[in-house]
Design a protein around this ligand. Structure first.
Ligand code: NBY
Length: 828
């Protein structure tokens, strides 16, 4: 082949394939990669062959991007997260590559419906909820904005459990998302790492009489990296999400094997492989579980070694440029053990002086806090830490000793209360390592995820740390990627937007503001409502398939989708449904706009009350849905197995978005942003990002209710007694008493009583009863608004028009400006 021919071949491969070329590639992969043929291939094989065809383009981008980053020796952000809730990648990658239309055509000419093939893909559910989905949105934005970035995490064999209902109760089944392999991931055996756990620390002296600590590990584990290419929008960068899978170390097991311990060797294999077996299904805390600590350390250590290997390729043993090249973002405290791990590598392995090593650490790490809930603040028992990571515990003690001496005692000399409060080690019978304190001390920047949350992080969680380092603290309000959460999931609305505001909104979401000019235009209002209606009809079909419940798409679709948690108050929603039902029974002509209340939520398997709330919603739903007297004014639907893929079907069909957490408890929320972006009107408290959504859309276009953060504090201070509300409001009393009868659980009175008890004897920790009245007023307002269809259309349009701020591109730009100091790297 001549040079010219080679060049044109490369150009042909690198340019966008046409539908015709895609067809050829799909068939080629059907033959060459799947070993099957057009006339006998299954839908699964067609889907895989299409993925392989798409990967030809993805890998081109991957190579170009990696070459550019290497040649330009760019500074990069390393996102450390135990969770990535990616969902499916098929349509996302096609949209981001600009190949969706071609692929659709190619497949249709081959006799396949692209939507049906999309259903061949399992969700990649390597996360619990908002925190994991945020990480997924962020890596999409990083690639789209051409920022050098790599996401690090764990290659869980089983993602978040799959949920089913049995007689209305949640049951959990294992999720095996890659049982038959995943076409998007690439194993990289050349980049395997080994990490250590357990063992003991020995103090030795070298020839110069210098003291050194030597960690003799009890176990060595291999980390195998799997790379998922992350495709930026419109052919920009293709970054990498690198997920570590644990295996038994070959070297370690060989010894046991040779000495005749075949069974022991395979037991150790199993133990090592357990580390990346399963995602912990809790969205508050798992501190206390040894395996969880090992998971955290495993991926942090593998990732740091990976970063250092790459750094040394360009800089050898010269550490001076490390902080200029590397920034590590800690997604909550879950990866905070990376801080003592980097110290260990620098001090013990690279023989660096403590001060020099610490200076490096403090320039490298930044920490994002996602919660104020006390039970969710991670702390590990010193005993467990010592067993699993004895050397790291020593390092944490030394970090703490110097912190208390050089920082705390300087600002508050002799103040032991301050020392006790600020110490990384919480003293007591069972001393604990406070991971939040460690993260603040070891990071150069700390951020919350919405304005109000960041203020509370400073005022309520770490006030003394703010006094020590005022400039360390900042805010970055969360965002969501409009590529997945509007363009790909809501094609009808997307085409309308393309027509009205131009086609640049996916990367410049503020362009949507132009839509406000059309908010009063009757034609646009009709179109907008017609699209919503079609999306609702689509969802109605899905509801029918999944639950058997028939719903009318002309009713209000009122949606609450998020993890099940008392602070998120799905039970407040339920109490309101019960109140409406009761009104209908008492007044058969009760006038309300028909409403379908739709829930999606998984409860942590060990969270009893959360599971009771799911059961109650299902039971109440069963009763109401079958009660002829209701005349379809209320329907209650609990969608099983809520996940990213279901969210993509629900969000475009929502009229009302339920964001009803107790003020001060929801750090930000991101579902609130997705729903508003798709034209849903929020019923919400002044909590998290709701406050900022309200500022953007204006009071006319959102239904706010409930106590504010300050009012919550004041009510608690004066002494909140939920019984007062129970006795003073007959509707509250009636619906709570109802839950104790067997009305919803025939023959089994008391089955739903735990909700009532938590709200009365339990003290109603999340002020459900205190907010009930104002919640029902906010719902009444929605009912009134919906009766005026033109008025509603205007509000819905204004929601889509005004939420441009909440693109994750803006969040990432804030991180770049306020934290990372990163420059884009043009790859093409
Ligand atoms: O992070 C969520 C917040 O509740 C939400 O308000 C915010 O919008 C979102 C993104 O910033 N937090 C969250 O999802 N947390 C978890 O999923 C989680 C998972 C595991 C553990 C703790 C929290 N854990 O300790 O194991």
């Amino acid at each position: 082949m001549t040079k010219k021919q080679t060049k044109s071949l490369v150009a042909a491969i690198e340019s966008q394939p046409t539908a015709e070329q895609l067809k050829e590639r799909i068939i080629r992969h059907l033959h060459a990669s799947l070993g099957t043929d057009v006339n006998k291939a299954s839908a699964q094989a067609w889907w895989r062959a299409t993925c392989a065809a798409v990967n030809e383009v993805v890998y081109d981008g991957l190579r170009t991007t990696q070459r550019a980053h290497y040649e330009q020796d760019t500074r990069a952000v390393h996102y450390f997260s135990l969770e990535y809730l990616m969902g499916r990648l098929f349509s996302n990658n096609l949209h981001n590559l600009g190949l969706y239309a071609q692929a659709k055509q190619a497949l249709s000419e081959l006799g396949h419906d692209i939507a049906e093939l999309e259903d061949q893909e399992e969700d990649m559910a390597l996360g619990n909820g908002g925190l994991g989905r945020l990480a997924a949105c962020f890596i999409d934005s990083l690639a789209t904005m051409n920022l050098p970035a790599i996401g690090y995490g764990i290659h869980y064999e089983h993602g978040l459990f799959q949920q089913a209902f049995q007689n209305g109760r949640q049951i959990e089944r294992p999720d095996s998302w890659r049982e038959y392999g995943n076409p998007w991931e690439i194993c990289r055996p050349e980049s395997v790492q080994e990490i250590s756990v357990y063992g003991y620390v020995e103090t030795v002296y070298d020839l110069q009489g210098q003291m050194k600590k030597v960690w003799h590990p009890g176990r060595i584990i291999k980390g195998v990296p799997w790379d998922i290419p992350v495709v930026g929008y419109q052919g920009s960068s293709v970054n990498v999400l690198r997920l570590w899978e644990s295996r038994a170390s070959d070297f370690f097991n060989w010894d046991v094997f040779n000495s005749g311990g075949y069974v022991d060797a395979s037991r150790e294999n199993i133990e090592a492989e357990t580390i990346s077996k399963v995602l912990y299904p809790n969205d508050d805390t798992d501190a206390g579980k040894e395996l969880r600590l090992i998971q955290q350390y495993f991926f942090c250590s593998c990732s740091l070694k990976d970063i250092i290997r790459r750094y040394k390729r360009s800089h050898g043993d010269d550490w001076s440029q490390f902080p200029a090249q590397v920034v590590i973002q800690l997604n909550d405290t879950h990866p905070a053990v990376a801080i003592p791990e980097l110290m260990r590598i620098l001090v013990d392995r690279a023989d660096m002086q403590w001060d020099e090593a610490w200076a490096i650490c403090q320039q490298v790490f930044a920490y994002t806090n996602h919660t104020l809930l006390p039970e969710a603040l991670e702390s590990w028992s010193v005993r467990l830490f010592e067993k699993v990571l004895p050397r790291h515990l020593e390092i944490i003690y030394e970090i703490n000793r110097r912190f208390l001496l050089e920082q705390v005692d300087v600002l508050w000399p002799g103040d032991n209360d301050k020392k006790r409060k600020l110490s990384i080690i919480e003293e007591g019978h069972n001393p604990m390592v406070r991971m939040g304190h460690l993260s603040v001390v070891g990071s150069f920047r700390v951020n919350g995820v919405a304005e109000v949350h960041s203020k509370l992080v400073q005022s309520d969680l770490f006030p003394e740390m703010v006094a020590l380092w005022p400039d360390k603290f900042t805010n970055v309000t969360n965002g969501v990627t409009p590529r997945r959460w509007l363009k790909a999931c809501n094609p009808r609305l997307s085409s309308m937007l393309d027509r009205l505001v131009g086609t640049t909104w996916p990367t410049n979401l503020k362009e949507l503001a132009k839509l406000a000019d059309f908010a009063d235009d009757a034609r646009v209002q009709d179109d907008f409502m017609a699209i919503k209606q079609q999306n609702k009809a689509d969802l109605a079909k899905v509801i029918k398939e999944l639950t058997g419940i028939a719903v009318d798409p002309s009713a209000i679709f009122d949606i609450q989708i998020k993890r099940l948690h008392e602070y998120k108050r799905q039970h407040l929603n339920l109490l309101h449904i019960l109140a409406l039902y009761r009104r209908i029974l008492q007044n058969p002509d009760y006038d309300m706009v028909p409403r379908v209340f739709i829930f999606g939520a998984k409860a942590a398997p060990g969270y009893k009350l959360a599971k009771e709330i799911i059961y109650a919603i299902n039971k109440v739903g069963e009763k109401i849905n079958h009660d002829k007297r209701v005349k379809d004014r209320i329907k209650v639907v609990f969608m099983p197995n809520y996940r990213v893929t279901l969210a993509e079907k629900m969000i475009p069909a929502a009229d009302v978005s339920e964001q009803i957490s107790t003020a001060g408890k929801e750090a930000s929320g991101t579902g609130n942003m997705k729903l508003a972006l798709n034209g849903a009107i929020t019923v919400g408290t002044l909590d998290g990002a709701n406050i900022e959504i309200a500022e953007e859309v204006g009071d006319d276009n959102i239904s706010i209710f409930g106590l504010t953060v300050d009012e919550v504090k004041a009510l608690r201070a004066e002494g909140y007694d939920s019984h007062d509300y129970y006795h003073q409001n007959p509707e509250i009393k009636a619906v709570l008493d109802w839950l104790e009868t067997d009305y919803f659980t025939p023959g089994k009175p008391g089955e739903l009583a735990s909700i009532k008890h938590s709200l009365l004897e339990g003290g109603d920790p999340y002020l459900v009863l205190a907010d009930f009245e104002s919640y029902q007023a906010a719902q009444q307002k929605i009912d009134g608004w919906y009766r005026d269809q033109a008025g509603w259309a205007k509000k819905a349009i204004m929601n889509t028009a005004c939420v441009g701020k909440f693109t994750s591109d803006r969040s990432i730009q804030d991180y770049v400006d306020r934290v990372w100091q990163l420059k884009p790297c043009q790859v093409k």
